[in-house]
Structures are given as C-alpha cells and as structure tokens.
Design a protein around this ligand. Structure first.
Ligand code: HEC
Length: 272
C-alpha cells in the first residue's frame, strides 16, 4: 500500500469512527446513560477505527534480537500508559459521593422513626396522665372508701378511651402521610397522582380486620374496576416490613373513620 492511499485510509476510517461514535453518544444520551458512559462509547468507536487503520498500515521493518525485545517493552509501556492515562482522564467514581447520598436517605428515615416514636410516646404519656388525673379526681370526689374501685372505673374510662382513640386517629393520619399512601390514593380531594382508588368512603366498605389484611398483604383484596393495577401489583407489598404493629393499628383506625358516602370508593373484592 502506498503512502498516499494509507493517508486516505486514515482519514476515511477516522471519519467513520467519529460518525459511529457520535451516533453511539446520541443513542446513549436518548436512553439516559450517564455522561461517562457516553464518553466511553465514543472512545470505543475511535479505538475500533484505530484497529482498522492498523490493519491497513504498511508493514514495519522486521526487528531482530535485542531490538525486538526493546521494541516489545516499549510497545507494552506505551499501551499501558495510554490505558492508564486514558482511564485516569475519565470522570472518576467517588465512593464518598455515593456514601453521602446513602447518608441523606438514611438520615431522613432515622429522623422519621425517631420523630414517630417520640410522638407516640408523648401521646401515650398524655393518655396515661389524663387517666391518672381522672382517677385522682374521682378518688377525691368519693372521699375514699370501699366504693372507690367500682365508682372510679366507669366515669373515668370513657373520656380516657375517647382521647386515646383521638390520638390514635392523629397517629393514623400521620402514618398516611409518612407511608405516602397519598401518592396513589386521593383522600379529602388531595393526592392520588398515580391513580389508585379514592378512599374517602373505605370505612363503610372494609372492617378494621379487612383493612389490616389489605395493608399487610395487598393481594388479599382487590378494588373493583382496578383489575389491571391489581394484577400488576401496583400497591406496594412492603408495609409489613416498614411499619410497627402499633403504626398499622393507628392507620387502620384512621381508615375506618373514613365514611364519606358522597365519594365513590370502589367495592373491595376478597381475593384470598
Ligand atoms: C404505588 C401506589 C400505591 C400506594 C403507595 C398505596 N396503594 Fe393502596 N392501592 C393501590 C392500587 C392501584 C389499588 C387498587 C388495586 C388493588 O386493590 O390492589 C389500591 C387499593 C387499596 C385499598 C382497597 C381500596 C378498595 O376500594 O378496595 C386500600 C384500602 C388501600 N389501597 C390502602 C392503602 C394504604 C393504607 C396505603 C399506604 C399505607 C396504600 N394503599 C398505598 C395503589 C397504592
């Protein structure tokens, strides 16, 4: 092959390499590959072009003896330098950055569970406190004596139970927010971008036991008219792992209180 035609080969193969490289980058970008991958694809295309250029290159003079050994070593060093230098020039994966991201996710979760626990404890303390005050007043009113035990029971337990269920409702509503049920379910006219059923009337359609079962095992019930979403398993099967038992109780209490008949909550169908 003449000097002149080899030059043409170099130009033609380089141009093809750049063309193929650009197409790869375009496809990689459309399919949302990270930038570093886009660069790698371009480099691969250019390496491919380089191989084809080498195939057409005029043959070298034959090396003999020690010159051959030196040639081999030099070739090895040059290729190594190109590889290492090239790789070092690409954007590097930094474990610290990844750690930082994970830390952010964990921080939010830790804060959440701590906050949730603290609020639950405060709520419990409040209920106990009210109950104690009630009993105390009752004792005072009755002035002690044998009837105290029987008399104290009835009047105090009613308000205590009421405030306990009120707290449970608030905790349940909080679980609705924390577990992000609103992402899929519209409630009080809010949320539900991912199109699950509106739940404003679910308290009339499912018993607390049914609701509990649905949360723990979403496949156990299917909302009528949501066959496709049910089959695809749209409702996540993760709450049994994410939620404490008391949190599920609170959420169920909250859901049971939803009895707005003006909203068309679909009929739940028992699946298993
Ligand atoms: C990623 C979307 C998604 C999330 C998040 C989600 N759900 Fe669902 N849910 C659905 C879909 C879709 C259906 C309808 C299909 C089915 O029944 O499985 C449904 C059905 C239900 C039903 C039955 C409704 C009916 O009328 O039969 C209840 C109750 C329910 N979800 C409660 C919850 C609760 C409580 C949470 C939060 C702990 C939650 N869902 C989180 C998607 C979701």
């Amino acid at each position: 092959m003449t000097e002149h035609s080899f030059k043409r080969t170099v130009i033609r193969n380089s141009a093809i390499g750049v063309g193929v490289g650009l197409i790869l980058v375009l496809v990689a970008r459309v399919t949302h590959f990270p930038v570093v991958f886009q660069m790698m694809f371009f480099i691969y295309a250019m390496l491919g072009a380089f191989v084809f250029i080498l195939l057409d290159a005029p043959s070298m003079k034959r090396l003999e003896g020690s010159r051959a050994v030196i040639g081999l070593v030099v070739f090895y060093l040059v290729i190594s330098a190109v590889y290492i230098g090239g790789a070092a020039g690409l954007p590097q994966y930094d474990p610290e950055v990844e750690k930082g991201k994970i830390e952010k996710v964990l921080k939010a979760r830790r804060a959440r569970t701590q906050q949730g626990k603290a609020e639950e404890l405060i709520a419990r303390a409040r209920v106990l406190n009210e109950r104690a005050t009630g009993i105390e007043q009752q004792l005072k009113a009755l002035g002690g004596g044998v009837q105290v035990a029987a008399g104290a029971e009835a009047p105090t337990s009613a308000p205590a139970a009421m405030s306990a269920s009120g707290d449970l409702l608030a905790l349940g509503k909080e679980q609705w927010e924390l577990q992000e049920c609103y992402n899929c379910h519209k409630l009080f006219g809010q949320g539900g971008k991912k199109r699950g059923p509106e739940l404003d009337n679910i308290g009339n359609l499912m018993t607390p036991a049914d609701l509990r079962q649905k949360i723990l095992d979403p496949k156990s019930w299917m909302a009528e008219g949501f066959e496709k979403q049910y089959k695809k398993g749209k409702m996540p099967d993760k709450y049994k792992d994410l939620m404490f038992d008391e949190e599920i109780d609170a959420l169920v209490t909250f859901l049971s209180s939803l009895k707005d008949t003006s909203v068309n909550t679909p009929k739940p169908v028992k699946m298993h």
